[in-house]
Design a protein around this ligand. Structure first.
Ligand code: ATP
Length: 357
């Protein structure tokens, strides 16, 4: 069982940067797990500390039953794919793929046979004699994956594995990687700063900020119920509307309008309490005629996103964004209403989701 368990994991770099701050995390056997967060939050450091390429300042890393905190990378039974692939330019594809087995001092014929097997699995059969410079970006990425797989490790660690591919290839590689991971069933941790990638691929996501984990959950959980304002603002391709608000009995006053108090917050907030009212643009329905309990304002901007439009309403000086389906887009300057869908609004108090348990 390749469960990965991090306990109190801390990494302070020589200059004093605390890249990981007493972090606890358990990744399940066979799980496809994403580390997501803004630049500098410690994602790569976390991955490299699990791989053994950085030593922990404090805390421990366990892989399965083994405490690997003090073991060198070669003895941790992990395969890693680096962001730039880190292929050896002077070696053939075969030798690149077989490299981990050479380190393990496997015989040459055994190494070549294993490399050929993995290459076949990844559709690299015809390319074995080439050098990395003679491959496309997508092929290089597969060679890097093949090298990580060849020793059949218990754990895969992938650092931004798709970021060097162009947009179209990235989509293809995303599907390929997800399918491969499912087939191999290997516990996999991948780092990305691209939330769409994390939401699309991962079984679970940890959202990090400044060396700490701010939320762990399935893609649906972090999208629908961000545990705090940091995650709420970070996740979502169109940012969540987050409006300073105040509880008024069974309602919430936000941007000068009265909205229904989110069901789940009932009994957990008091009259007059200052809160932040959150609702995604995806969960606001646009109406050209008045609706009770909605944001009401002037249409300031309509942006065409293809199959939908992002409509910005100016509600007493507060800008509220709503995603509107094809054919129902308003005209700029008309008056409109953005109606929160039942069960989709969230309340935050002191930065945390009120009904967040
Ligand atoms: P990115 O998405 O930009 O790659 P990240 O989330 O992977 O960022 P890390 O690379 O883990 O973040 O860096 C975390 C923090 O540690 C940053 O403040 C970074 O500047 C610092 N850091 C990383 N490597 C070193 C190092 N070798 N020496 C000193 N500080 C470092």
């Amino acid at each position: 069982m390749a469960v990965i368990t991090l306990s109190g994991l801390t990494k302070v770099y020589p200059g004093g940067v605390r890249a990981l701050d007493a972090l606890d995390l358990e990744i399940a056997d066979g799980e496809f797990f994403a580390l997501l967060g803004p630049s500098g939050c410690g994602k790569t450091t976390l991955l490299r500390t699990v791989a053994g390429l950085e030593t922990a300042t404090a805390g421990s890393v366990r892989i399965g039953e083994t405490d690997v905190t003090r073991l060198p990378p070669g003895r941790r039974d992990v395969g890693m794919v680096f962001q730039d692939y880190a292929l050896f330019p002077h070696m053939s594809v075969t030798d690149n793929i077989a490299y981990p087995l050479r380190i393990k001092k496997a015989a040459k014929n055994e190494r070549h046979a294993a490399a050929a097997d993995v290459a076949a699995e990844l559709g690299l059969d015809g390319l074995l004699a080439r050098r990395p410079s003679e491959l496309s970006g997508g092929q290089q990425q597969r060679v890097a994956l093949a090298r990580a797989m060849v020793a059949r490790p218990q754990v895969f660690l992938l650092d931004e594995p798709l970021s060097n591919l162009d947009a179209r290839l990235r989509l293809e590689a995303r599907t390929f990687l997800k399918k491969l991971q499912r087939e191999l069933g290997v516990t996999t941790v991948f780092v990305t700063h691209d939330q769409a990638e994390a939401l699309a691929m991962a079984d679970r996501i940890a959202v990090m900020e400044a060396g700490r984990i701010r939320q762990i959950g399935t893609p649906a959980e972090v999208f629908r119920r961000p545990a705090n304002l940091f995650v709420a603002a970070f996740i979502g391709s169109t940012p969540m509307n987050l409006v300073d608000a105040r509880v008024r009995g069974e309602q919430v006053e936000a941007a000068g309008v009265l909205l229904p108090l989110p069901e789940e917050a009932r009994g957990l907030v008091t009259d007059g309490q200052a809160v932040v009212y959150g609702v995604r643009p995806d969960y606001l329905d646009y109406s050209p005629s008045p609706v009770d309990g909605s944001f009401s304002g002037r249409v300031a901007v309509v942006e065409n996103l293809g199959s939908s439009s992002l409509v910005t309403l100016d509600v007493e000086g507060v800008l509220i964004h709503a995603l509107v389906g094809e054919g129902s887009e308003p005209e700029p300057d008309e008056h409109g209403w953005a109606v929160p869908r039942a069960g989709r609004a969230l309340l935050y108090s002191d930065g945390d989701l009120v009904n967040g348990n």
